[in-house]
Design a protein around this ligand. Structure first.
Ligand code: T3D
Length: 262
């Protein structure tokens, strides 16, 4: 149970969980407690079989401004390498490991590791006015939290190099053009669009969803032959579920399927 002042809010509506980064006065910049809570939220949602789709979003006018830079200036701040190893990298791993599909609902600026979080999700939709800024170079740092791995896979090497080396903000509209997001909607429609998309994901057969997202995540790591063999294995698994039988029955009976994750 979270309360409205917690830096990470977790809510569930039916089979859809929403994780909200909630430090709007600092554009949801990530502090140590916030990162710890975010990791705990991801692990809890991942372990909850009743949850079939996840939305990650930000409170206020930003998605997430990355690491809290004021915290970095505090005496005794954790060395950068340790901070990544101890806190940022486990969050990215947990996000990628979720069996449920995850939508980043990018409500405003996503900067630094905040952009990396969005890149690690399975789907990205953005509000008009949102933007992506690989702000690392401006403070003499390198892109992290997976951005050098995820971004080239999402937008190709040329665009990724420009975003990561030059660092100009990329608007939601440009993000749509380069394939970084799949939809851009008016700001006041973002939450409902994300909920509707997540509802459709949650209505799918869970095992098929998981196997599909895993295959997509591995797409650039394997050759066609390996992908063909892996698809056949996955299809064998999905095809042996009651959900597949239900899907076939629903087709014949001309009704929507009711997948139960069995
Ligand atoms: O541990 C480690 O450091 C390793 C990991 C690193 C990963 C990283 O994420 S490094 C990159 C860190 N993030 C940034 O460099 C982004 C910094 N922020 C910005 O460049 C800008 O704020 C934005 C482009 C995101 C938005 O600009 P704008 O003009 O819309 O807003 P603003 O006025 O700059 O910010 C509004 C407030 O949020 C402001 O506070 P104030 O003055 O009203 O009290 C600002 O200081 C605060 N804020 C924004 N980003 C951060 C932040 N406070 C702390 N940390 C931030 N990252």
């Amino acid at each position: 149970m979270t309360t409205s002042t917690d830096p990470i809010l977790v809510g569930a509506e039916g089979a859809v969980a929403t994780i909200t980064l909630n430090r709007p006065a600092a554009l949801n910049a990530l502090t140590i407690p916030m990162k710890e809570d975010l990791l705990a939220a991801l692990l809890a949602v991942g372990a909850d079989r009743a949850i079939r789709a996840v939305i990650l979003t930000g409170a206020g006018r930003a998605f997430c401004a990355g690491q809290d830079l004021r915290e970095r200036l505090e005496p005794g701040a954790t060395p950068l390498q340790d901070e990544l190893t101890l806190r940022f990298n486990p969050i990215v791993r947990a996000l990628r490991a979720l069996s449920q599909p995850v939508i980043a609902a990018v409500n405003g600026v996503a900067a630094g590791a905040g952009a990396s979080l969005a890149f690690a999700c399975d789907l990205r939709i953005a509000a008009e006015g949102a933007s992506f800024v690989l702000a690392f170079g401006r403070i003499g740092l390198v892109p992290d939290s997976g951005a050098t791995w995820t971004l080239p896979r999402l937008v190709g090497a040329a665009r990724a190099a420009e975003m990561e080396l030059i660092g100009d903000p990329v608007s939601a509209e440009e993000a749509l053009l380069i394939g970084l997001v799949s939809r851009v909607v008016p700001a006041d429609a973002l939450a409902s669009e994300a909920a509707s998309m997540a509802g459709r994901l949650a209505a799918g057969a869970p095992l098929a969803m998981t196997l599909t997202k895993r295959a997509l995540a591995a797409a650039f790591e394997r050759d066609l032959e390996t992908a063909l063999v892996s698809e056949a294995v996955s299809q064998g698994l999905a095809g042996s579920t009651r959900d597949h039988a239900e899907g076939l029955a629903a087709f014949i009976e001309k009704r929507p399927p009711e997948f139960r994750g069995e």
